[in-house]
Design a protein around this ligand. Structure first.
Ligand code: NDP
Length: 419
Protein backbone atom coordinates (compact mmCIF):
# COMPACT_ATOMS: atom_id res chain seq x y z
CA UNK A 1 0.00 0.00 0.00
CA UNK A 2 1.28 3.47 -0.87
CA UNK A 3 2.45 5.57 2.04
CA UNK A 4 -0.55 7.88 2.21
CA UNK A 5 -3.16 5.12 2.11
CA UNK A 6 -3.70 3.84 5.60
CA UNK A 7 -6.03 1.47 7.32
CA UNK A 8 -9.30 2.50 8.85
CA UNK A 9 -10.76 -0.02 11.26
CA UNK A 10 -8.60 -2.64 9.55
CA UNK A 11 -10.36 -2.23 6.20
CA UNK A 12 -7.88 -1.98 3.38
CA UNK A 13 -10.05 -0.04 0.96
CA UNK A 14 -10.34 3.12 2.93
CA UNK A 15 -8.37 6.32 2.75
CA UNK A 16 -9.47 7.97 5.97
CA UNK A 17 -6.40 7.74 8.19
CA UNK A 18 -5.94 6.50 11.72
CA UNK A 19 -4.54 8.97 14.20
CA UNK A 20 -1.60 6.71 15.03
CA UNK A 21 -0.44 6.71 11.43
CA UNK A 22 1.23 9.98 12.24
CA UNK A 23 3.66 11.20 9.62
CA UNK A 24 6.20 13.91 10.30
CA UNK A 25 4.85 17.19 8.98
CA UNK A 26 7.33 18.98 6.75
CA UNK A 27 8.38 22.52 7.63
CA UNK A 28 6.45 24.34 4.88
CA UNK A 29 3.50 22.62 3.24
CA UNK A 30 2.11 23.59 -0.12
CA UNK A 31 -1.66 23.97 -0.28
CA UNK A 32 -4.32 24.38 -2.94
CA UNK A 33 -7.81 25.67 -2.24
CA UNK A 34 -10.52 24.63 -4.70
CA UNK A 35 -13.43 27.01 -4.19
CA UNK A 36 -11.22 29.64 -2.52
CA UNK A 37 -13.81 32.42 -2.86
CA UNK A 38 -16.63 30.57 -1.10
CA UNK A 39 -17.58 30.28 2.54
CA UNK A 40 -15.28 27.30 3.26
CA UNK A 41 -12.60 28.86 1.04
CA UNK A 42 -12.83 32.05 3.08
CA UNK A 43 -12.39 30.18 6.37
CA UNK A 44 -9.44 28.25 4.90
CA UNK A 45 -7.74 31.40 3.63
CA UNK A 46 -8.26 33.00 7.04
CA UNK A 47 -6.42 30.10 8.71
CA UNK A 48 -3.64 30.29 6.11
CA UNK A 49 -3.35 34.03 6.71
CA UNK A 50 -2.55 33.28 10.34
CA UNK A 51 0.12 30.69 9.54
CA UNK A 52 2.04 32.05 6.57
CA UNK A 53 5.34 30.59 7.82
CA UNK A 54 3.92 27.04 7.64
CA UNK A 55 2.02 27.07 4.32
CA UNK A 56 2.71 28.12 0.75
CA UNK A 57 -0.19 28.51 -1.68
CA UNK A 58 0.14 26.54 -4.91
CA UNK A 59 -3.23 27.11 -6.58
CA UNK A 60 -6.56 28.82 -5.96
CA UNK A 61 -9.82 28.45 -7.88
CA UNK A 62 -13.25 30.07 -8.22
CA UNK A 63 -16.28 29.83 -10.48
CA UNK A 64 -16.85 33.41 -11.64
CA UNK A 65 -15.66 35.77 -8.92
CA UNK A 66 -12.53 36.99 -10.71
CA UNK A 67 -11.77 39.94 -8.49
CA UNK A 68 -11.91 37.97 -5.24
CA UNK A 69 -9.83 35.18 -6.79
CA UNK A 70 -7.19 37.55 -8.13
CA UNK A 71 -7.10 39.40 -4.81
CA UNK A 72 -6.41 36.17 -2.91
CA UNK A 73 -3.87 34.97 -5.48
CA UNK A 74 -1.98 38.25 -5.16
CA UNK A 75 -2.24 38.32 -1.36
CA UNK A 76 -0.90 34.76 -0.96
CA UNK A 77 1.52 34.76 -3.91
CA UNK A 78 -0.22 31.74 -5.44
CA UNK A 79 1.52 30.06 -8.35
CA UNK A 80 -1.69 29.36 -10.28
CA UNK A 81 -5.22 30.78 -10.31
CA UNK A 82 -8.09 29.14 -12.19
CA UNK A 83 -11.58 30.44 -12.96
CA UNK A 84 -14.26 27.96 -14.07
CA UNK A 85 -16.11 30.42 -16.31
CA UNK A 86 -14.13 30.42 -19.58
CA UNK A 87 -15.50 33.86 -20.51
CA UNK A 88 -13.62 35.40 -17.57
CA UNK A 89 -10.08 34.48 -18.64
CA UNK A 90 -9.08 37.86 -20.02
CA UNK A 91 -10.54 39.59 -16.95
CA UNK A 92 -8.46 37.28 -14.73
CA UNK A 93 -5.32 37.93 -16.80
CA UNK A 94 -5.87 41.68 -16.44
CA UNK A 95 -6.43 41.35 -12.70
CA UNK A 96 -3.14 39.44 -12.35
CA UNK A 97 -1.13 41.68 -14.68
CA UNK A 98 2.31 42.50 -13.35
CA UNK A 99 2.52 39.33 -11.25
CA UNK A 100 4.12 35.98 -12.09
CA UNK A 101 0.93 34.10 -11.24
CA UNK A 102 -0.07 31.70 -14.02
CA UNK A 103 -3.77 31.44 -14.76
CA UNK A 104 -6.32 29.38 -16.66
CA UNK A 105 -10.06 29.11 -17.24
CA UNK A 106 -12.69 26.44 -17.71
CA UNK A 107 -13.25 23.09 -16.04
CA UNK A 108 -9.87 21.83 -17.30
CA UNK A 109 -8.10 24.68 -15.50
CA UNK A 110 -9.85 23.80 -12.22
CA UNK A 111 -8.72 20.20 -12.70
CA UNK A 112 -5.20 21.40 -13.52
CA UNK A 113 -5.18 23.39 -10.27
CA UNK A 114 -6.09 20.24 -8.34
CA UNK A 115 -3.49 18.18 -10.19
CA UNK A 116 -0.61 20.55 -9.45
CA UNK A 117 1.78 19.31 -6.77
CA UNK A 118 0.38 20.64 -3.51
CA UNK A 119 0.73 18.54 -0.34
CA UNK A 120 -2.72 19.50 0.92
CA UNK A 121 -5.87 20.32 -1.04
CA UNK A 122 -9.10 21.82 0.27
CA UNK A 123 -11.94 20.47 -1.89
CA UNK A 124 -14.58 23.17 -1.39
CA UNK A 125 -16.17 23.68 -4.79
CA UNK A 126 -19.92 23.54 -4.24
CA UNK A 127 -22.08 20.86 -5.83
CA UNK A 128 -21.32 17.96 -8.15
CA UNK A 129 -18.96 20.23 -10.11
CA UNK A 130 -16.46 19.46 -7.35
CA UNK A 131 -16.15 15.77 -8.21
CA UNK A 132 -13.64 15.83 -11.08
CA UNK A 133 -11.28 18.35 -9.44
CA UNK A 134 -11.35 16.37 -6.18
CA UNK A 135 -10.56 13.19 -8.11
CA UNK A 136 -7.62 14.94 -9.78
CA UNK A 137 -6.16 15.66 -6.33
CA UNK A 138 -6.98 12.16 -5.08
CA UNK A 139 -5.37 10.50 -8.12
CA UNK A 140 -1.97 12.00 -7.37
CA UNK A 141 -2.15 10.77 -3.77
CA UNK A 142 -2.60 14.15 -2.11
CA UNK A 143 -3.96 14.83 1.34
CA UNK A 144 -7.46 16.09 0.58
CA UNK A 145 -9.57 17.97 3.11
CA UNK A 146 -13.01 17.12 1.81
CA UNK A 147 -15.70 19.75 2.36
CA UNK A 148 -17.57 18.97 -0.85
CA UNK A 149 -19.96 16.27 0.35
CA UNK A 150 -21.46 15.92 -3.12
CA UNK A 151 -18.28 14.07 -4.23
CA UNK A 152 -19.14 11.23 -1.90
CA UNK A 153 -22.87 11.39 -2.39
CA UNK A 154 -22.38 11.25 -6.18
CA UNK A 155 -19.53 8.79 -6.46
CA UNK A 156 -19.61 7.04 -3.08
CA UNK A 157 -17.60 3.87 -2.69
CA UNK A 158 -15.90 4.47 -5.99
CA UNK A 159 -14.46 7.78 -4.73
CA UNK A 160 -13.09 6.23 -1.54
CA UNK A 161 -11.71 3.17 -3.33
CA UNK A 162 -9.94 5.36 -5.85
CA UNK A 163 -8.47 7.44 -3.01
CA UNK A 164 -7.19 4.32 -1.26
CA UNK A 165 -5.71 2.92 -4.48
CA UNK A 166 -3.91 6.20 -5.20
CA UNK A 167 -2.58 6.44 -1.64
CA UNK A 168 -4.51 9.64 -1.05
CA UNK A 169 -5.48 10.67 2.44
CA UNK A 170 -9.04 11.95 2.88
CA UNK A 171 -9.60 14.23 5.86
CA UNK A 172 -13.26 15.03 6.60
CA UNK A 173 -13.69 18.82 6.74
CA UNK A 174 -17.46 18.84 7.22
CA UNK A 175 -17.91 19.63 10.93
CA UNK A 176 -19.98 16.54 11.79
CA UNK A 177 -17.66 14.14 9.95
CA UNK A 178 -14.61 15.81 11.35
CA UNK A 179 -16.15 15.29 14.80
CA UNK A 180 -16.72 11.60 14.04
CA UNK A 181 -13.20 11.32 12.65
CA UNK A 182 -11.81 12.65 15.93
CA UNK A 183 -14.09 10.47 18.10
CA UNK A 184 -13.72 7.24 16.12
CA UNK A 185 -10.08 6.86 17.06
CA UNK A 186 -11.21 6.00 20.62
CA UNK A 187 -12.08 2.46 19.56
CA UNK A 188 -11.90 0.00 16.71
CA UNK A 189 -14.39 -1.28 14.14
CA UNK A 190 -15.52 -4.27 16.20
CA UNK A 191 -16.18 -2.02 19.19
CA UNK A 192 -18.25 0.50 17.24
CA UNK A 193 -21.98 0.53 17.97
CA UNK A 194 -23.14 3.59 16.03
CA UNK A 195 -22.29 7.14 15.13
CA UNK A 196 -24.55 10.11 15.82
CA UNK A 197 -24.56 13.17 13.61
CA UNK A 198 -26.11 16.25 15.13
CA UNK A 199 -28.32 18.72 13.25
CA UNK A 200 -29.26 22.22 14.31
CA UNK A 201 -32.73 21.65 12.89
CA UNK A 202 -32.36 24.83 10.82
CA UNK A 203 -34.64 27.87 10.82
CA UNK A 204 -37.83 25.78 10.46
CA UNK A 205 -37.17 23.36 13.33
CA UNK A 206 -40.32 24.36 15.20
CA UNK A 207 -42.44 25.41 12.21
CA UNK A 208 -45.77 23.81 11.25
CA UNK A 209 -45.79 21.85 7.96
CA UNK A 210 -47.99 24.44 6.20
CA UNK A 211 -45.55 27.22 7.08
CA UNK A 212 -42.53 25.17 5.95
CA UNK A 213 -44.34 24.57 2.64
CA UNK A 214 -44.63 28.32 2.02
CA UNK A 215 -41.26 29.43 3.46
CA UNK A 216 -39.52 32.16 1.49
CA UNK A 217 -35.92 32.26 0.27
CA UNK A 218 -35.12 34.94 2.81
CA UNK A 219 -36.47 32.76 5.64
CA UNK A 220 -34.60 29.69 4.39
CA UNK A 221 -31.33 31.63 4.31
CA UNK A 222 -31.57 32.60 8.01
CA UNK A 223 -29.60 29.79 9.58
CA UNK A 224 -29.73 30.04 13.38
CA UNK A 225 -26.08 29.11 14.03
CA UNK A 226 -23.86 28.67 10.98
CA UNK A 227 -22.76 31.17 8.35
CA UNK A 228 -22.44 29.18 5.10
CA UNK A 229 -22.89 29.35 1.32
CA UNK A 230 -26.41 29.73 -0.12
CA UNK A 231 -26.95 26.15 -1.34
CA UNK A 232 -25.90 24.45 1.90
CA UNK A 233 -27.92 26.95 3.96
CA UNK A 234 -31.08 26.04 2.05
CA UNK A 235 -30.17 22.36 2.41
CA UNK A 236 -29.91 22.91 6.14
CA UNK A 237 -33.38 24.45 6.25
CA UNK A 238 -34.86 21.41 4.42
CA UNK A 239 -32.60 18.99 6.35
CA UNK A 240 -31.49 17.68 2.95
CA UNK A 241 -28.04 18.67 4.18
CA UNK A 242 -28.33 16.20 7.06
CA UNK A 243 -29.41 13.57 4.54
CA UNK A 244 -26.36 14.33 2.42
CA UNK A 245 -24.25 14.03 5.57
CA UNK A 246 -25.70 10.63 6.48
CA UNK A 247 -24.73 9.41 3.01
CA UNK A 248 -21.33 11.08 3.32
CA UNK A 249 -20.67 9.38 6.68
CA UNK A 250 -21.64 6.00 5.27
CA UNK A 251 -19.11 6.23 2.44
CA UNK A 252 -16.36 7.97 4.42
CA UNK A 253 -16.30 5.53 7.31
CA UNK A 254 -17.75 2.41 5.62
CA UNK A 255 -20.85 2.38 7.85
CA UNK A 256 -24.26 0.87 7.15
CA UNK A 257 -27.31 3.19 7.29
CA UNK A 258 -28.35 1.46 10.53
CA UNK A 259 -25.09 2.51 12.16
CA UNK A 260 -25.77 6.21 11.57
CA UNK A 261 -28.24 8.18 13.68
CA UNK A 262 -29.25 11.82 13.50
CA UNK A 263 -30.03 13.89 16.57
CA UNK A 264 -31.37 17.43 16.48
CA UNK A 265 -29.26 19.68 18.70
CA UNK A 266 -30.28 23.33 18.25
CA UNK A 267 -27.17 24.84 19.88
CA UNK A 268 -24.74 23.22 17.34
CA UNK A 269 -22.06 22.69 19.99
CA UNK A 270 -21.81 18.90 19.92
CA UNK A 271 -21.04 18.07 16.28
CA UNK A 272 -20.80 14.30 16.33
CA UNK A 273 -20.70 11.37 18.74
CA UNK A 274 -19.57 7.78 18.57
CA UNK A 275 -21.05 5.06 20.75
CA UNK A 276 -18.92 2.02 21.47
CA UNK A 277 -19.89 -1.46 22.65
CA UNK A 278 -19.23 -0.66 26.32
CA UNK A 279 -21.82 2.19 25.94
CA UNK A 280 -19.16 4.86 26.16
CA UNK A 281 -20.14 7.78 23.95
CA UNK A 282 -17.27 9.95 22.72
CA UNK A 283 -18.23 13.39 21.42
CA UNK A 284 -16.46 16.32 19.81
CA UNK A 285 -17.59 19.81 20.83
CA UNK A 286 -16.79 23.28 19.61
CA UNK A 287 -18.34 26.62 18.76
CA UNK A 288 -20.15 26.60 15.39
CA UNK A 289 -17.18 27.89 13.40
CA UNK A 290 -15.97 26.00 10.34
CA UNK A 291 -12.44 27.17 11.01
CA UNK A 292 -12.29 24.57 13.81
CA UNK A 293 -12.72 21.41 11.64
CA UNK A 294 -10.71 23.03 8.82
CA UNK A 295 -7.89 23.82 11.28
CA UNK A 296 -7.96 20.18 12.35
CA UNK A 297 -7.54 19.10 8.72
CA UNK A 298 -4.91 21.73 8.00
CA UNK A 299 -2.77 20.79 10.97
CA UNK A 300 -3.34 17.04 10.78
CA UNK A 301 -1.64 14.93 12.05
CA UNK A 302 -0.67 17.74 14.44
CA UNK A 303 -2.89 20.48 15.82
CA UNK A 304 -2.37 24.12 14.94
CA UNK A 305 -3.34 27.17 16.97
CA UNK A 306 -6.82 28.18 15.81
CA UNK A 307 -8.31 31.69 15.85
CA UNK A 308 -11.83 30.62 16.91
CA UNK A 309 -13.31 31.67 20.23
CA UNK A 310 -13.01 29.25 23.13
CA UNK A 311 -16.04 27.18 23.98
CA UNK A 312 -17.72 28.60 27.07
CA UNK A 313 -20.20 25.95 28.22
CA UNK A 314 -21.09 27.81 31.41
CA UNK A 315 -22.23 30.75 29.29
CA UNK A 316 -24.17 28.51 26.91
CA UNK A 317 -25.78 26.83 29.90
CA UNK A 318 -27.92 24.23 28.20
CA UNK A 319 -27.34 21.67 25.50
CA UNK A 320 -30.58 20.12 24.29
CA UNK A 321 -31.34 17.20 21.99
CA UNK A 322 -34.44 15.94 20.20
CA UNK A 323 -35.31 13.28 17.64
CA UNK A 324 -35.57 14.41 14.01
CA UNK A 325 -39.05 14.75 12.52
CA UNK A 326 -39.04 12.73 9.31
CA UNK A 327 -42.60 13.88 8.51
CA UNK A 328 -41.90 17.60 8.44
CA UNK A 329 -38.45 17.04 6.93
CA UNK A 330 -38.91 14.28 4.35
CA UNK A 331 -35.49 14.96 2.79
CA UNK A 332 -33.84 13.07 5.64
CA UNK A 333 -36.06 10.02 5.07
CA UNK A 334 -35.33 10.15 1.33
CA UNK A 335 -31.59 10.21 2.00
CA UNK A 336 -31.75 7.04 4.12
CA UNK A 337 -33.88 5.34 1.46
CA UNK A 338 -31.45 6.33 -1.30
CA UNK A 339 -28.53 5.06 0.76
CA UNK A 340 -30.27 1.71 1.34
CA UNK A 341 -31.11 1.45 -2.37
CA UNK A 342 -27.52 2.25 -3.40
CA UNK A 343 -26.49 1.70 -7.01
CA UNK A 344 -26.61 5.33 -8.01
CA UNK A 345 -29.69 6.30 -5.98
CA UNK A 346 -27.68 8.73 -3.86
CA UNK A 347 -26.35 10.32 -7.06
CA UNK A 348 -29.94 10.84 -8.21
CA UNK A 349 -30.88 12.18 -4.76
CA UNK A 350 -28.13 14.80 -4.95
CA UNK A 351 -28.72 15.79 -8.57
CA UNK A 352 -32.46 16.22 -8.07
CA UNK A 353 -31.84 18.25 -4.93
CA UNK A 354 -29.46 20.59 -6.75
CA UNK A 355 -32.09 21.18 -9.45
CA UNK A 356 -34.80 21.65 -6.82
CA UNK A 357 -32.76 24.15 -4.79
CA UNK A 358 -31.88 26.14 -7.92
CA UNK A 359 -35.59 26.18 -8.85
CA UNK A 360 -36.52 27.36 -5.35
CA UNK A 361 -33.91 30.14 -5.48
CA UNK A 362 -35.28 31.16 -8.91
CA UNK A 363 -38.79 31.34 -7.44
CA UNK A 364 -40.09 28.48 -9.60
CA UNK A 365 -41.15 26.14 -6.79
CA UNK A 366 -42.23 26.40 -3.19
CA UNK A 367 -39.89 25.38 -0.42
CA UNK A 368 -42.00 22.30 0.30
CA UNK A 369 -41.69 21.18 -3.31
CA UNK A 370 -37.91 20.62 -2.97
CA UNK A 371 -38.39 17.23 -1.29
CA UNK A 372 -41.31 16.36 -3.59
CA UNK A 373 -39.14 16.91 -6.66
CA UNK A 374 -36.35 14.79 -5.20
CA UNK A 375 -38.79 11.97 -4.36
CA UNK A 376 -40.46 12.12 -7.79
CA UNK A 377 -37.08 12.01 -9.55
CA UNK A 378 -35.89 9.02 -7.53
CA UNK A 379 -39.21 7.18 -8.13
CA UNK A 380 -39.02 7.91 -11.84
CA UNK A 381 -35.44 6.68 -11.98
CA UNK A 382 -36.26 3.48 -10.05
CA UNK A 383 -39.22 2.78 -12.33
CA UNK A 384 -36.95 3.03 -15.36
CA UNK A 385 -34.85 0.17 -13.93
CA UNK A 386 -31.54 1.99 -14.07
CA UNK A 387 -30.08 0.51 -10.88
CA UNK A 388 -26.41 -0.31 -11.34
CA UNK A 389 -23.23 0.07 -9.29
CA UNK A 390 -21.12 3.07 -10.27
CA UNK A 391 -17.59 2.05 -11.21
CA UNK A 392 -16.18 5.21 -12.70
CA UNK A 393 -16.37 8.98 -12.51
CA UNK A 394 -17.90 9.01 -15.98
CA UNK A 395 -20.70 6.68 -14.85
CA UNK A 396 -21.38 8.83 -11.79
CA UNK A 397 -21.38 11.96 -13.93
CA UNK A 398 -23.67 10.31 -16.47
CA UNK A 399 -26.21 9.29 -13.77
CA UNK A 400 -25.92 12.78 -12.31
CA UNK A 401 -26.55 14.32 -15.74
CA UNK A 402 -29.55 12.07 -16.52
CA UNK A 403 -31.05 12.68 -13.09
CA UNK A 404 -30.77 16.44 -13.58
CA UNK A 405 -32.61 16.14 -16.89
CA UNK A 406 -35.33 14.02 -15.26
CA UNK A 407 -35.68 16.45 -12.37
CA UNK A 408 -35.87 19.38 -14.79
CA UNK A 409 -38.53 17.54 -16.82
CA UNK A 410 -40.57 16.82 -13.69
CA UNK A 411 -40.22 20.35 -12.38
CA UNK A 412 -43.28 21.94 -14.10
CA UNK A 413 -45.73 19.37 -12.73
CA UNK A 414 -44.24 19.55 -9.23
CA UNK A 415 -44.39 23.34 -9.38
CA UNK A 416 -48.10 23.23 -10.23
CA UNK A 417 -49.03 20.59 -7.67
CA UNK A 418 -50.45 21.96 -4.43
CA UNK A 419 -49.74 20.02 -1.21
P1 NDP B 1 -20.00 28.60 -1.56
O1 NDP B 1 -21.16 28.67 -2.48
O2 NDP B 1 -19.85 29.64 -0.53
O3 NDP B 1 -18.63 28.55 -2.41
C1 NDP B 1 -18.45 27.66 -3.48
C2 NDP B 1 -17.08 27.84 -4.09
O4 NDP B 1 -16.98 27.01 -5.25
C3 NDP B 1 -16.81 29.26 -4.58
O5 NDP B 1 -15.42 29.49 -4.58
C4 NDP B 1 -17.34 29.20 -6.02
O6 NDP B 1 -16.78 30.23 -6.85
C5 NDP B 1 -16.86 27.82 -6.43
N1 NDP B 1 -17.69 27.20 -7.47
C6 NDP B 1 -19.03 27.16 -7.53
N2 NDP B 1 -19.43 26.48 -8.63
C7 NDP B 1 -18.31 26.10 -9.27
C8 NDP B 1 -18.07 25.39 -10.49
N3 NDP B 1 -19.06 24.95 -11.26
N4 NDP B 1 -16.78 25.16 -10.84
C9 NDP B 1 -15.77 25.61 -10.08
N5 NDP B 1 -15.94 26.31 -8.92
C10 NDP B 1 -17.19 26.54 -8.53
O7 NDP B 1 -20.07 27.13 -0.92
P2 NDP B 1 -19.56 26.68 0.52
O8 NDP B 1 -18.18 27.16 0.76
O9 NDP B 1 -20.61 26.93 1.53
O10 NDP B 1 -19.55 25.09 0.34
C11 NDP B 1 -18.57 24.44 -0.44
C12 NDP B 1 -18.72 22.94 -0.24
O11 NDP B 1 -18.46 22.64 1.12
C13 NDP B 1 -20.13 22.41 -0.51
O12 NDP B 1 -20.05 21.14 -1.06
C14 NDP B 1 -20.78 22.36 0.86
O13 NDP B 1 -21.78 21.36 0.94
C15 NDP B 1 -19.58 21.98 1.71
N6 NDP B 1 -19.67 22.40 3.10
C16 NDP B 1 -19.84 23.71 3.42
C17 NDP B 1 -19.94 24.12 4.73
C18 NDP B 1 -20.05 25.55 5.11
O14 NDP B 1 -20.02 25.87 6.29
N7 NDP B 1 -20.14 26.48 4.18
C19 NDP B 1 -19.92 23.13 5.83
C20 NDP B 1 -19.65 21.79 5.38
C21 NDP B 1 -19.55 21.44 4.07
P3 NDP B 1 -17.47 31.71 -6.97
O15 NDP B 1 -17.20 32.41 -5.69
O16 NDP B 1 -16.76 32.33 -8.11
O17 NDP B 1 -18.93 31.47 -7.22
Amino acid sequence: MASGAVLWFGEEMSAVPLRNNKAAASAVRSVTVLGATGSIGDSTMDLLRGARDRYRVEALTANSNVQALAGLAREFGARFAAIADPARLSELKDALAGTRIECGAGESAIIEAAARPADWVMAAVSGAAGLKPALAAVDRGATVALANKECLVCAGDFFMERAARAGACILPADSEHNALFQALSSGNREELERVIITASGGPFRTWAPADIEQATLEQALKHPNWSMGQKITIDSASMMNKGLEVIEASYLFALSPDEIDVLVHPQSIVHGMVEFSDRSVVAQLGTPDMRIPIAHCLGWPDRIVGPSVKLDLAKIGQLTFEAPDYGRFPGLRLAYEALRTGNGATTVFNAANEIAVAAFIAGKIRFGAIARLVEATIDDWLRSGNLAPLDSADEAISVDHNARNRAAALLPQIALKAT
